[in-house]
Design a protein around this ligand. Structure first.
Ligand code: N01
Length: 532
């Protein structure tokens, strides 16, 4: 039986865009289905005020085309979302990607057909499309979740989840604005909205450690330097633990004097980007005593930046150490709380009781608002899969198979779901996401090229290979402080039933280790998989 397409890709973000390009090179007939009206995925949806890269722009774009690298000028060291979306539109134009993409097309289900060993994909409008392979490019942070607070739908003012931000500008001038959530998104939003809002009230459940981004424009001279050093930039990304330009200092925290530690942390705090997180001493994210040193250092910084000592204490996390959750990068975030128009409400102390038509009621007070912003995060890693009815061999349901935590092979294949390939699925190395995307796409492309070359049409993960991979994922997650803390890293989201407890949700080893494992699995004719 012939199919409509060789492959269907779900999602036109960075993964889907690059995968389309690579499959075209193999001569495959491909269709990309995308729920949004344009390319860009994460950068298409997240239009909230202040959204920008926390990684150096020039390390975060595509690296596959020398010409593309040379013809695009990033204007800031950490690109704002509108510029990143322009960049991705430029990539789509430059490589003529849109002709194989269908927008405003949300995939509702993907069912494997045992008899024909292929997939049938149904869109929200009911139309069906068949393909030999389905490749998910649906992102680890794309199933946005609203807080499960009583009365949420009764609010009569404007309300937005940051992910579903409107395409039109939102005017905050003179408005009474609430933000719920203080993760990386909340912090970027708060520091921007505080500039113009009449009043801004921040509802914080768990404070997060945050550190300065130190963004600035890229000068002409720097631009020339960046263009000339792209090979070095990407070589560096390939070598480091998480593919960032920064990586851990090889020294142990207690191998240096207290003065040297202080000077080292001071230096990192004053430098741009993630150095203060992933460039710490090598044991600071694994040894609680070493971690306490950096946590105390950052706590002192917060106290020095916030005028009211009581507010400063509320902003200092007490239930997790620095860097054990994703560190939000900020620009004068803590100083926002020195502004007369900004109030911090600690909803651990005085929980939200309900949302009403006029605002938010806590156990302590009622607040009236014109706008409520939900920066309440995502059903991460598996949520975007759970939202599609994905069925494999014999009608087995992916969501059910993963109800106790995802099981994968390299985060790219699932036992019982032949010819389903995942880009940035659970248990892939995340870190610098575009670097991980390019690796995953290249790996999948090599597999499909191998299959075409050998006239193979069916790939399935072997159960013993999945078991071995999962043992590796569990073992490598041991001892990392971040795996002992509730966050999206550990798959916890109390707004979603069944996601209340921690799992090892990501690949917690290094990106070079991840790639070495994937190469090992590919070597010798892909013996970890059944190929027919
Ligand atoms: O989501 P989060 P995010 N009542 O889950 C709170 C990436 N990113 O969108 O901690 C009250 O971190 C929740 O509180 P708590 C980055 O990888 C990248 O901010 O659960 N509050 C928390 O404060 C990041 O890690 C960039 O107690 C509720 C917040 O909402 C990831 O996206 C920029 C609540 C959610 O924080 C996710 O970040 C931004 C409730 N019912 C983000 N439910 C870049 O720079 C949730 N919260 C590229």
């Amino acid at each position: 039986m012939s199919q409509d397409f060789d492959a269907i890709i779900i999602g036109a973000g960075m993964s889907g865009m690059y995968q389309l390009l690579r499959l075209r090179e193999l001569g495959m007939k491909v269709r990309v289905f995308e729920a949004g009206s344009g390319v860009g995925g994460t950068w298409y949806w997240n239009r909230y005020p202040g959204a920008r890269f926390d990684s150096e722009s020039y390390s975060y774009g595509f690296s596959f085309s020398k010409e593309l690298l040379q013809d695009w000028n990033w204007t800031e060291h950490f690109s704002p979302q509108p510029e990143t979306l322009r960049y991705l539109d430029h990539v789509a134009d430059r490589f003529d990607l849109r002709r194989d993409m269908q927008f405003n097309s949300r995939v509702a289900s993907a069912h494997y057909r045992d008899a024909s060993q292929d997939w049938i994909v149904t869109l929200a409008d009911g139309s069906t499309h068949t393909a030999r392979f389905v490749i998910t490019a649906i992102g680890p942070l794309s199933a946005a979740t609203l807080p499960n607070i009583e009365g949420r739908d009764s609010f009569a003012g404007q309300s937005f989840h940051t992910y579903y931000w409107p395409h039109e500008a939102v005017d905050f001038a003179g408005k009474r604005v609430a933000v719920i959530g203080t993760g990386a998104t909340g912090i970027q939003t708060i520091q921007e909205v505080a500039k113009t809002a009449g009043t801004l009230t921040v509802f914080q459940r768990t404070p997060n450690w945050a550190a300065p981004l130190h963004n600035r424009p890229i000068t002409d001279e720097e631009q020339a330097g960046i263009k000339a050093s792209y090979p070095d930039i990407f070589r560096r990304c390939e070598e480091t633990f998480s593919c960032f330009l920064h990586t851990a200092d090889p020294r142990g925290t207690f191998e240096v004097t207290a003065e040297e530690r202080e000077a080292f942390l001071e230096k990192l705090y004053g430098e741009p980007g993630f150095g203060i997180w992933v460039g710490l001493f090598r044991d600071m994210l694994t040894d609680p005593a070493a971690n306490a040193i950096v946590s105390e250092f950052i706590a002192r910084k917060i106290r020095s930046r916030v005028n009211d000592p009581a507010v400063a204490e509320k902003l200092i996390p007490t239930n997790h150490g620095f860097g054990t959750r994703r560190v939000p990068m900020e620009t004068r975030y803590f100083e926002v709380y020195n502004q007369p128009n900004v109030t911090l409400v600690d909803i651990k102390a005085t929980p939200i009781q309900c949302i009403t038509s006029t605002g938010i009621t806590t156990t302590d007070a009622s607040f009236d608002f014109d706008i409520i912003i939900y920066a309440t995060g995502f059903d991460a890693l598996t949520g975007s899969f759970d939202r599609i009815d994905i069925r494999g061999e014999g009608g087995r349901v992916l969501k059910q198979d993963w109800s106790g935590g995802a099981r994968t092979l390299m985060g790219m294949l699932v036992e019982g779901f032949p010819n389903l390939l995942m880009l940035l699925g659970p248990h892939t190395a995340l870190g610098n996401i575009p670097r991980s995307i390019e690796y995953n796409v290249d790996w999948v492309t090599r597999l499909l090229a191998h299959m075409r070359q050998h006239d193979l049409t069916h790939v399935a993960a072997r159960p013993e290979a999945v078991a071995e991979w999962m043992d590796h994922v569990m073992a490598i997650g041991e001892g990392l402080l971040s795996n002992q803390v509730d966050s999206w890293f550990t798959g916890v989201n109390r707004n979603v039933a069944g996601k209340e407890t921690r799992v090892i949700a990501r690949y917690s080893g290094s990106a070079p280790d991840y790639r070495a494992k994937c190469e090992e699995i590919a070597a010798g004719g892909y013996r970890a998989m059944v190929l027919q």
